[in-house]
Design a protein around this ligand. Sequence first.
Ligand SMILES: [Zn+2]
Ligand SMILES: [Zn+2]
Length: 237
Amino acid sequence: MNLTRGGDLIYDAILTLAYPQVCVICGRSVEQRRFGVACEPCWKETRIFTDEERICLKCGTPDQERCGRCEELAFTAARAVGMYEGALRESVLLLKRQPYLPRHVEGLLTKLVRCEPLKRSTRVIPVPLHPKRLKTRGFNQASIIGQTVSKALKLPLDEVSLVRVSTTEKYRAGMDKKGRRDTVAGAFRAVNPRLVAGEDILLVDDVFTTGATISACGEALMAAGARNVFVLTIGRA
Ligand SMILES: [Zn+2]
Ligand SMILES: [Zn+2]
């Protein structure tokens, strides 16, 4: 880590401690620390999924009970806190820069994992970064989410059983769905089948976009004998 990057981290840390601060979306002041980088009105405008939401029961796509596009994805069910927009998006972007989740986001994640079907999970596994990437960033943002939910559900946080064996995680622009799937297919490997076999895995990541990365992880976990792979993300793109 060079000095400039270190300086940025310290500056960010001060920002998250000093309230009120300016909302990164609208410029009003954020009065409460628990809201992180967005103000309460901006949080109110962000779509958070409710218990009564009509969603695809498998992949969690809003406004449709069966989206018809997720049959091939290798997981049992995926749920997100809300749409990847507004305050949720800003919270995820912050999480990519520093290992920090505002209390409000922690509360939303905790509530979601205590509902069906995620509450049936027995083991929490964050989507891993490639070791090279982990070294430059200093932390895995999915692990920060994993820590929160493993604490809430009193489940083991497993950061060793699933590894990323290839760095291909940036998709080339214009690549179609199949192209994206092929890029990440085989990118993950379950290295401790003994720890995964028969378990109901809660796989966690920051954003669910096409589901290709998550499905590649799910495939590796299922191949190692996982009984179910439930998925939790903050945002749904
Ligand atoms: Zn705002
Ligand atoms: Zn679906």
